[in-house]
Write a protein that binds this ligand. Structure first.
Ligand code: ATP
Length: 313
């Protein structure tokens, strides 16, 4: 029982009148992982998260969150989740500390645990220095981190976060990502949505790409890229003659147009992890001194390929 996935979704359908917002969505999320739920506007992310948060019933399908049946035991589900909606209001005239106290009380946390819990949460989201500031006066990034702290007050197992990074500047996104990375270490499972794949690719163990109410791909970003054959950029920095490294790479499977600039060899690459390992081995066996080796990027291309295919654009 203990190792069953934290979230299991089977054939979820949601119709708003005659419009089908979710069309048979299935996926599962392992405990202690971060699952990136990606899709363009209107894909159905908010609908799916609201259903999992027990705020709305599905038209068809079933789901289990932290082992509890969404339809049969919604109260149990609620005890185990922290839900952060895409828009949430904050109360005027409350300080950061008072705001979290309010939620501690609302969640029935015993009063003698408020102080420790709130202090720990503020440290986690790096708002300790702002404890006496009015919530209204916080930057958007700080408000989002406070929203995350608020979801954690009752120590839920599963966090459902709807586009928490939307509207944040790059620095605030990085700060939020740092907090997110802490959550699996605390044993939490995170389902987080975004319409930007690169934003979640780094932080997620797995991603699911939703488009037009259907899951068009699911797995690790690497697996999806290999499945679809979309290309990434292989970047190799070498000591000595980079042209020589380029010649070795040129003949290998999955390697396309190779360029050399200032000791850096760049090639388009469609292989998987085994292909990367083979390329690195070929370079080393050719006596080339490799300083760094990395396959990256291609995420926008991947996202476009997946979300255009379905509409036939
Ligand atoms: P966004 O990134 O824009 O928030 P999303 O992926 O979260 O998009 P949803 O908000 O789940 O998408 O909406 C999915 C589709 O369902 C959209 O086409 C939306 O217009 C429609 N929809 C959502 N809520 C309702 C509703 N209450 N009544 C009718 N249609 C709705």
């Amino acid at each position: 029982m203990a190792r069953e996935p934290a979230i299991v979704v089977e054939g979820l359908v949601k119709r708003y009148g005659r419009f089908t917002a979710l069309d048979g969505v299935s996926f599962s999320v392992e405990r202690g992982s971060i699952y990136g739920f990606i899709g363009p506007n209107g894909a159905g992310k908010t609908t799916a998260l609201r259903i999992l948060a027990t705020l709305m019933l599905p038209t068809e399908g079933r789901a289990w969150v932290a082992g509890a049946d969404l339809l049969g035991s919604p109260r149990d589900v609620r005890r185990h989740i922290g839900y952060m909606p895409d828009f949430f209001g904050v109360y005027d005239d409350l300080t950061v500390w008072e705001y979290l106290e309010f939620y501690a009380q609302a969640n029935g946390l015993p009063r003698d645990r408020w102080r420790r819990t709130i202090a720990d949460l503020l440290e986690l989201v790096d708002l300790g220095a702002k404890r006496g500031d009015y919530v209204e006066a916080l930057s958007r990034g700080m408000k989002q981190r406070l929203g995350l702290a608020r979801c954690l007050v009752h120590d839920p197992d599963v966090l459902l976060l709807d586009e928490p990074a939307s509207g944040l500047d790059p620095r605030a996104r990085v700060e939020l990502r740092e907090v997110l990375r802490e959550l699996p270490r605390m044993g939490k499972t995170v389902l987080i949505s975004s319409h930007i794949l690169p934003e979640l690719a780094d932080v997620s163990t797995q991603v699911g790409i939703l488009h037009g109410g259907r899951m068009v791909a699911s797995g690790s970003v690497d697996e999806i890229q290999v499945q679809l054959g979309t290309s990434r950029v292989l970047e190799v920095r070498v000591l000595g003659d980079a042209e020589n490294a380029a010649r070795v790479l040129e003949g290998l499977p999955g390697v396309g147009g190779v360029d050399v600039a200032e000791g850096l060899v760049r090639a388009s690459f469609t292989g998987g992890l085994d292909g990367q390992a083979a390329a690195l081995r070929a370079l080393v066996e050719a006596g080339i001194e490799v300083v760094s080796f990395n396959a990256a990027g291609g995420l926008e291309e991947l996202f476009m390929a997946l979300t255009e295919e379905e509409t036939g654009e």
